[in-house]
Write a protein that binds this ligand. Structure first.
Ligand code: ADP
Ligand code: ASP
Ligand code: MG
Length: 411
């Protein structure tokens, strides 16, 4: 008998039939005698629907009210799941983030969990109830409802596992594990048995939406194994574990595509110390995540600095840069509203050279023009035109021989 922490994503609870199926799965574990804490996402695309309702009424809705709105989706799921379980004879109780003491900072729409008071959950488990927790939400110090950023229910689940001392967190989704790339974009993608926290974190940050990047960060920090698996079958999925626990050694573990970024270039600004510090500290103060940065020294003591920002922050970032340039009295701004970031990730890169050459060669063959490059010990990312993104992803997947040999042979 063990404590099991599970999370079911939007597709897995997309309609009442699916909720019923998940309830049956929960019942199986419950009748084996396990204690169950189950974190749920909003049904299907209901969070997107809430976002569109807000957009119909306001161009820039306040972030506090967005959180108030978006957090309702998860509340529907937990209540319905509790009813489904009760009708199967399984005692269950649902909780909002506030009710189980998920305390976050006050950064609305992108809050971070600071603490969880697991007492209420423990008490309900002691009464042999299945605990259903609303994912994606918490409360700040003043009890304002906050949300953790899109896809944040994964992070709620890992945080619950940490708070309750569980060594594993099961993430049930609509694919049966983590693949070498998004299997819905590249059919040849292959499921990986194990992936290191480091690799998964980079892939998640760089567009692999299968896990919320902060859930991986947290799992790594507290040594919780994440088991990504399908809610539609019983097969074993992918384990996200420490590097030492990954047996298969490869150069590149996976490739990813991120399509929700924009590029800003600041052209012909004076070349003097402190300028970049000034620009990027303004961005940081406004909570804008600047991703890739490339600086090129122009002629006559002038610089061009290009960087990417999430598309959702573009309006604000553009206005800030424009104001900054007016303050300098010199310079220009150029914006590309959508760019694609294509990346290759693998801890094997730490000890092998030649990845860059292979990547650039593969991209050249697709005719993709590389606009920016960024590297770290275990990743290589390039910015390309959005129309080239998908082709570039496929080319890298092939160049690093990541495909399922059987699928490739059969196609
Ligand atoms: P959930 O609603 O269960 O949280 P998500 O849509 O957030 O599900 O995540 C699952 C999706 O992630 C898959 O349907 C798949 O299209 C996408 N995905 C992106 N990259 C990968 C990858 N490397 N491996 C598996 N799935 C991926
Ligand atoms: N419902 C939220 C979203 O769609 C959180 C989640 O599904 O993880 O982003
Ligand atoms: Mg998700």
């Amino acid at each position: 008998m063990a404590l099991i922490v599970q999370k079911f994503g939007g597709t897995s609870v997309g309609d009442t039939d699916r909720i019923h199926n998940v309830a049956n799965r929960i019942k199986t574990y419950y009748t084996q005698g396990h204690d169950l804490v189950v974190v749920l996402s909003a049904m299907g695309k209901s969070t997107d629907h809430l976002v569109s309702l807000a957009a119909a009424l306001s161009q820039r809705p306040s972030k506090r009210e967005m959180d108030m709105l978006l957090s309702t989706g998860e509340q529907v799921s937990i209540a319905l799941m509790a009813m489904a379980l009760e009708s199967l004879g399984v005692p269950a109780i649902s909780f909002t983030g506030a009710q189980v003491g998920i305390r976050t900072n006050n950064r609305h729409t992108d809050a971070r969990i600071e603490s969880i008071d697991a007492e209420r959950i423990r008490a309900s488990l002691a009464q042999k109830k299945v605990c259903l927790v609303a994912g994606f939400q918490g409360v700040d110090e003043e009890f304002n409802i906050t949300t953790l950023g899109r896809g944040g229910s994964d992070t709620s689940a890992v945080a619950m596992a940490v708070a309750l001392g569980a060594s594993e967190c099961e993430i049930y989704t609509d694919v049966d594990g983590v693949y070498t790339t998004d299997p819905n974009k590249v059919p040849e993608a292959r499921k990986v048995e194990r992936i290191s926290y480091e690799e998964m974190l980079e892939l998640a940050r760089l567009g692999a939406g299968v896990l919320h990047s902060r859930s991986v960060e947290m799992a790594s920090k507290y040594g919780v194994t994440i088991h990504v698996r399908s809610s539609f079958n019983n097969s074993k999925g992918t384990l996200v574990v420490s590097e030492e626990q990954v047996m298969e050694k490869v150069l590149v573990r996976g490739v990813s595509l991120k399509s929700d970024e924009a590029r800003i270039s600041v052209i012909d600004v004076p070349d003097r110390p402190g300028l970049a510090a000034d620009l990027f500290s303004r961005m940081a103060e406004a909570d804008i995540n600047v991703d890739m940065i490339v600086q090129s020294t122009g002629r006559d003591d002038h610089n061009t600095i290009s960087f990417t920002v999430p598309q959702k922050d573009l309006l604000q970032a553009r206005a800030m840069v424009q104001e900054w340039i007016s303050g300098l009295g010199k310079g220009d701004i150029e914006v590309e509203e959508k760019v694609a970031i294509v990346s290759a990730v693998g801890v094997g890169m730490k000890s092998h050279s030649g990845v860059a050459a292979k990547m650039f060669q593969a991209l050249a063959e697709t005719g993709a023009n590389i606009e920016m490059i960024s590297t770290s010990e275990i990743k290589l990312s390039v910015v390309v035109h959005p129309d080239q993104g998908r082709k570039a992803l496929e080319a890298l997947h092939k160049a690093f021989d990541l495909g399922d040999k059987n699928a490739a042979a059969g196609s």
